[in-house]
Write a protein that binds this ligand. Structure first.
Ligand code: KG4
Ligand code: ZN
Length: 350
């Protein structure tokens, strides 16, 4: 019985998980607080976490029908990566709780939690049957591809060298005058629109890009040129009518989706499964193109259940329940790590 706490960015979240069974999953989104600024404001995020986290934890315990805090066997918390002030609120809360309850504190890598979030379905295969797998983590902050041998061993094979896929959606939406977060806004606008009127680039980094640092350019993304292409297009074709705007949104979305599917295709080396997690995994067009691709390549597609795509604490508690994360005897050795990265080559970070 593990309480998970997640405060790395702009969702205040707590969940109670028993093995791979999620007993409760409470997420309070701060989207409305940040919307006027077109992105997450770190100070506002930290303050909102501070204000909301106690109630969110209480709701998670109530929803799980736990008799009380004493029923908890461990407290798992995101230790990074994320916004320093935001992480600190969750970490300090988790540390206080674990000390008071006399139960272990488990520090979890947020990216590792997204990486395995597709396993958060009790009906799914047991994890061992999914490996070897590829795991695509696509969110507002990250676009990463891992080759996963087992729960213990995975290696980063590709990543974005600039903007994350979600960021490309958010920035594109801002250029189109749509609301934040931009992903759902672009997806809504694109629904039913014709595809192929505007050809946006499916840019890949050049093989000599020093930022690749050993990764293959064919497995990496670059989304900043796409955003520029949209800006230039809008400068040349100002004030599009409603139908044209929908077509622009559809082609812009298509460019992001194609780039994501393209890397999965090029990097596949006999893996049985593709896991997909993170906020952008909610994108219907991405889901549909990945489904077609997986069918054609004989890969089993494991989309993370909707409730666990965006930032949430169930995925944090669940990776702790899978035996991952740092659980030292000395609690004070655990610290937040805003720049934590999954993974070091060849080994998972714990
Ligand atoms: O995982 P997440 O909730 O937070 C981060 O860790 O970043 O992901 C948020 C990102 C935002 O960039 C948002 O625009 C994007 O996920 N997103 C979507 C959709 N829903 C959320 N992008 C495309 N299509 C969607 N339906
Ligand atoms: Zn995330």
């Amino acid at each position: 019985m593990i309480l998970g706490i997640e405060t790395s960015c702009d969702e205040t979240a707590a969940a109670v998980v028993q093995g791979r069974r999620v007993l409760s999953n409470v997420v309070r989104s701060q989207v409305r607080q940040h919307a006027p600024y077109g992105g997450v404001v770190p100070e506002i995020a930290a303050r909102a976490h501070l204000e909301w986290l106690p109630a969110v934890i209480t709701r998670a315990l109530d929803a799980a029908a736990l008799p009380g805090f004493e029923a908890l066997e461990a407290v798992a918390v995101t230790r990074g990566p994320g916004l320093a002030g935001a992480l600190l609120v969750g970490y300090a809360t988790a540390l206080g709780l674990s000390l008071r309850l006399g139960c272990p504190l488990i520090g979890v890598n947020h990216i590792e939690a997204h990486l395995f979030s597709a396993l958060l379905s009790p009906e799914g295969d047991c994890p061992q049957e999914c490996f070897p797998a590829l795991s695509l983590v696509v969110s507002g902050g990250h676009t990463l591809l891992y080759r996963v041998q087992s729960l213990e061993r995975y290696v980063l094979v590709g990543r974005t060298l600039d903007d994350a896929a979600g960021e490309a959606f958010d920035k594109g939406a801002a250029l189109l005058g749509l609301d934040y977060p931009g992903g759902p806004a672009i997806a809504r606008l694109a629904e039913g629109a014709a595809i192929g009127r505007i050809r946006f680039p499916r840019a890949r980094p050049r093989p000599d890009n020093p930022l690749l640092s050993g990764l293959r350019s064919a497995y990496c993304w670059s989304f900043s040129g796409l955003k520029t292409a949209l800006r230039v297009y809008l400068e040349r074709h100002p004030d599009p009518d409603v139908e044209t705007q929908a077509a622009i949104a559809a082609d812009y979305q298509e460019a992001i989706v194609d780039a994501l599917v393209g890397v999965c295709d090029r990097s596949l080396q006999g893996e049985r499964c593709l896991f997909v997690g993170g906020g952008v995994a909610l994108n219907r067009r991405l889901q549909s193109k990945l489904r077609d691709w997986a069918h054609a390549r004989g890969v089993s597609l494991r989309l993370t259940p909707t409730a666990y795509c965006g930032d949430n604490a169930a995925m944090i508690a669940a990776v702790a329940a899978l035996g991952k994360g740092i659980r030292g005897t000395s609690l004070d050795r655990l610290e937040i790590q805003p720049n934590l990265f999954a993974s070091e080559r060849g080994v998972s970070c714990g």
